[in-house]
Ligand binder design. Structure first.
Ligand SMILES: NC(=O)c1ccc[n+]([C@@H]2O[C@H](COP(=O)([O-])OP(=O)(O)OC[C@H]3O[C@@H](n4cnc5c(N)ncnc54)[C@H](O)[C@@H]3O)[C@@H](O)[C@H]2O)c1
Ligand SMILES: N[C@H](CO)Cc1c[nH]c[nH+]1
Ligand SMILES: [Zn+2]
Length: 432
């Protein structure tokens, strides 16, 4: 992990450090373009051939259904079942609180305006399954989708080597009433949900995190105007701000937790204390040795860096410029920093709040914007699965109140028919 001193960094250096672009981005974009074109042209046949190429599975059937899901789910160990139940209850509780009706507003006497929510009818959820199968992502996406009332929920996840899915995903499906899991991964799964194939239904909006292929595919189908997406949610990132009140071993554990997701994960340490940085780095070396995914995590740590800052103001300036997917404030004085946070996906406060808690079970959503997109996007929530439709109703009194304003503005724009739609009503005695 490289160490930079903030005071030695120019604005341009900071900008470069905050960029997540990688040398092979163009190659990934090109191969995703090809995959999308193949799926669009050949549908299921392309899904089978990519499953063979990337997942090393010869798939007869591109999905598993309720009965088989039930059988696989029944093999889940009791402790895992109970942990999923607890996580689900917390996620459901947090997201259910986001469902609320909005007030009707009378903008002028007799002119009422309001918004009502309607669920997006068809949504597609991508559950990653390359380096690790993520049942937690199943809960994070399907819980708000079902609470919002989405009618058709299409779930895609890469197939296991036996051409099936694992007991954890199957149990999540059962818990959430999802009766089919489509066995497709990567960019091809995103293309299938965007265009539809003989087997995979086309959806209106695609959700979910994934590797760079998945994220690139979501961005390409969005750009081609085929479907909406939640946000770019790519390789995991964490920025830990730690001061002298932080525990270096805790800090190291948080950095490694995200590093183990993939070699392209980003684990950034920002600190006011050089001693803390030195101790956290040596803790990383110690803790790395015990990790089964040691090589992946070590590579991600190698690609990451630490920044020594003079004070908390510089720390927050760097964090806001970086716009991390996850921000951990490993300091006893986190309260004073909260108002200074402008860009972040999800924030973890104090020395006893590890990101892992939010990844699995605190209740907040772990599908979050990466690559600096936290500057403009929020993470997944109930809002992601609904549209807000505006309504207005005008009474006779309201028509008299608002009519002249609309007539004058329509005339100013030279739109006579707009003006007439008011005038004709004001002159008529119909209905009042
Ligand atoms: N931002 C978030 O909210 C969030 C949440 C959870 C996970 N994540 C991230 O999701 C990612 C999951 O990645 P993953 O790889 O484990 O699983 P994945 O399911 O995203 O990708 C696996 C698929 O990638 C495709 N693929 C692999 N190599 C390819 C190649 N050379 N060319 C074309 N396609 C290829 C294959 O189809 C494979 O099925 C991780 O980077 C993790 O950090 C992000
Ligand atoms: N940290 C990931 C989001 O970047 C979510 C996750 C799933 N499982 C473990 N972690
Ligand atoms: Zn994680």
């Amino acid at each position: 992990m490289k160490l930079y001193k903030y005071t030695d960094l120019s604005e341009q250096n900071i900008e470069e450090l905050c960029l997540r672009q990688l040398a092979d981005d163009a190659r990934i974009a090109e191969s995703v373009k090809e995959i999308i074109a193949q799926v669009k042209a050949e549908g299921d046949q392309a899904l089978r051939s990519y499953a063979l190429q990337f997942d090393k599975v010869n798939l007869e059937q591109l999905f598993i259904e309720k009965e088989e899901i039930g059988k696989i789910a029944s093999t889940i160990p009791a402790d895992a079942k109970s942990a999923i139940d607890t996580a689900y209850a917390n996620i459901k509780k947090f997201h259910a609180a986001q469902l609320y009706p909005e007030a009707k507003v009378e903008t002028m006497p007799g002119v009422s305006c309001w918004r009502e929510s309607r669920a997006i009818e068809r949504v597609g959820l991508y559950i990653p399954g390359g380096t690790a199968v993520l049942p937690s992502t199943f809960l994070m996406l399907a819980t708000p989708a079902t609470l919002a009332g989405c009618q058709e929920i299409v779930v895609c996840s890469p197939p296991q080597k036996d051409g099936k899915t694992n007991c954890y995903l199957a149990y999540c499906a059962q818990l959430l009433g999802i009766e089919k899991i489509y066995l497709a991964g990567g960019a091809q799964a995103i293309a299938a949900m965007a265009f539809g194939t003989a087997t995979v239904p086309k959806v209106y909006k695609i959700f979910g995190p994934g590797n760079r292929y998945v994220t690139q595919a979501k961005q390409q189908v969005l750009a081609s105007g085929i479907t909406a997406i939640d946000m770019p949610a790519g390789p995991s990132e964490v920025l830990v701000f730690a001061d002298e009140t932080a525990n270096p071993a805790f800090v190291a554990s948080d950095l490694l937790a995200q590093a183990e997701h993939g070699t392209d994960s980003q684990a950034i340490l920002v600190s006011t204390s050089e001693t803390l940085i030195t101790e956290a780095l040596s803790q990383i070396e110690i803790q790395l040795n015990d990790l089964p995914r040691k090589d992946i995590a070590a590579q991600a740590i190698e690609n990451s860096y630490a920044v020594l800052v003079a004070d908390k103001t510089q720390a927050m300036a760097f964090s806001n410029a970086y716009a991390p997917e996850h921000l951990i404030l490993a300091t006893d004085t986190f309260q004073e920093l909260i108002p200074k946070i402008i860009n972040a996906g999800s924030v973890f406060l104090g020395n006893l709040t590890p990101e892992s808690a939010g990844d699995y079970a605190s209740g907040t959503n772990h599908t979050l914007p990466t690559s600096g997109f936290a500057k403009a996007y929020s993470g997944v929530s109930i809002d992601s699965f609904i549209k807000k439709i505006t309504f207005q109703q005008i009474s006779p009194e309201g028509l008299k109140a608002i009519g002249p304003t609309v007539e004058i503005l329509a005339a100013a724009e030279g739109l006579q028919a707009h003006k007439n739609a008011i005038t004709i009503r004001l002159k008529s005695s119909d209905g009042y």
